[in-house]
Design a protein around this ligand. Structure first.
Ligand SMILES: Cc1cc2nc3c(=O)[nH]c(=O)nc-3n(C[C@H](O)[C@H](O)[C@H](O)COP(=O)(O)OP(=O)(O)OC[C@H]3O[C@@H](n4cnc5c(N)ncnc54)[C@H](O)[C@@H]3O)c2cc1C
Length: 406
């Protein structure tokens, strides 16, 4: 068992999957970890997550895989549907090779959080305001937003795991405009309390049109999650009105029909929803002296990769492993960490195309190709051949590679 604090003192900014997995593994590696989180309390619930092999391997080593569970519904079938109600067999995450676990984001965060030992201090409503790096320390000014008080503390390492619009990234690596690459797309997600009318509770639905799509992701033990995505040339305009108005405009002017109409109505009535623009984060380097970025803050892969949670888990775990391997040599640890993560992340950034088309075809040609492939997937001759091709593809291998293996 590592000696608490023998590795140094680390500040972890952000209590998401990346931040908690880093704090947990840093503690195991003998570091004293302090986590700050902007929110007043821990989030729960969240939207649909598929956990691939890369993340599952790290979760197993972190000792949380069993606690994460699996909400995959046995026998679940995904239907491609259209506005008129026609349907045929489609494809969802459960049909992918290696069959990723189906989860809510909160399942992963809760399992990680519950594994955090009491020695890891967590401060809510707290954000970093200033970071100054010296040869031997990083000095960070932290603001408690509930009281307004500020405190300046010294750390050996600062881990920026504060998501897509990271404050740590902005303070140390420069403005968002230098790092965010817009996909000109909006996503909107909500949890539904029950399945939409006319479908088995455990079935998934996909309504994919050119430049817009709606997905219903089923779970074994609760109502499904709905996800809308659409392309737009004017991202800012989408936020100048209520999310539901932007969604209705994006899916108009054609009449919604009963199914899409119900999905939009149910999104409007949901207790909580996510509505955001989609960006990748592209950076030449994720560490600078004593500051390292992790998860969406460093590389946001977007939901289309299906790998953001897996990469956050693997990145957090591997960071602790590399610090353990290079005691007292931060540059070597961060250099080795980035050397291992970089090819894996670069590959995902470069190969987003096929998944994006599966989620939402951008052109008529893409829609035709997508439709042909989906129909062929379940035919007796072509189907198995396509299945083998998918299973043997580099895309599948890279989703399931154990990037954080010791
Ligand atoms: C609809 C949707 C579906 C997705 N589906 C999948 C999927 O199927 N598979 C998959 O692997 N991934 C999926 N993802 C991506 C995945 O959710 C993210 O990649 C992952 O959660 C990123 O974790 P993170 O810890 O890096 O960032 P976040 O989850 O964004 O966590 C950042 C944390 O930092 C906090 N924070 C922010 N700013 C500050 C600050 N200044 N100071 C202190 N704290 C701060 C935030 O409150 C938050 O708690 C999906 C994403 C979306 C939106």
């Amino acid at each position: 068992m590592a000696v608490q604090g023998s590795g140094g003192r680390a500040l972890v900014v952000g209590l998401g999957v990346a931040g908690i997995s880093a704090a947990l593994r840093l503690h195991q590696a003998g570091w004293e970890a302090v986590v700050v989180e902007r929110a007043l309390q821990r989030r729960s619930g969240g939207y649909f997550i598929g956990l691939f092999g890369s993340g599952a391997a790290s979760a197993a080593r972190l000792g949380i895989l069993d606690a994460i569970g699996d909400r995959r519904a046995p026998g679940s079938v995904v239907h491609e549907v259209d506005r008129t109600g026609r349907r045929h067999r489609g494809m969802g995450f459960t049909d992918l090779p290696h069959r990723p676990r189906m989860l809510l984001r909160g399942d992963v965060e809760t399992a990680l959080f519950e594994a955090l030992p009491p020695e890891v201090e967590v401060r809510f409503a707290t954000v970093p305001e200033r970071i100054v790096q010296y040869a031997d320390k990083a000095e960070v000014t932290l603001r408690d937003q509930s009281t307004g008080t500020g405190v300046t503390e010294r750390f050996d390492l600062v881990v920026g795991a504060d998501g897509l619009r990271s404050t740590v990234r902005r303070l140390v690596f420069g403005p968002d405009a230098n790092h965010l690459r817009s996909l000109d797309q909006i996503i909107a997600a909500a949890l539904l309390d029950e399945q939409v009318g006319g479908f088995d509770p455990h079935d998934g639905l996909v309504l994919a049109e050119v430049g817009r799509s709606a997905w219903v992701w089923p779970f074994a033990d609760r109502g499904p999650s709905v996800l809308f995505t659409y392309r737009t040339d004017d991202i800012d305009a989408q936020f100048r009105r209520p999310a539901i108005d932007s969604l209705r405009a994006a899916f108009g002017p054609r009449p919604a029909g009963p199914l899409l109409g119900e999905l939009l109505d149910r999104f409007e009535k949901a207790d909580d929803h996510l509505f955001d623009s989609v960006h990748q984060v592209r950076m030449r380097q994720w560490h600078h002296d004593r500051v390292v970025l992790l998860g969406d803050a460093a590389w946001c892969l977007t939901l289309f990769s299906g790998l953001g949670t897996s990469a956050a888990l693997a990145g957090g775990e591997l960071l602790g492993t590399m610090l353990e391997r290079h005691p007292g040599d931060l540059p070597a640890a961060l250099g080795d960490w980035e050397g291992r993560m970089r090819p894996y992340i670069d590959y995902q950034h470069a190969h987003l195309g096929p998944e994006r088309v599966l989620f939402m075809p951008a052109t008529r040609t893409q829609r035709a190709v997508r439709s042909t492939l989906l129909r062929s997937r379940w035919t007796p001759v072509l189907g198995p051949a396509l299945g083998h091709l998918m299973a043997a593809s580099d895309l599948t291998k890279m989703k399931n590679v154990d990037v954080a293996a010791a």
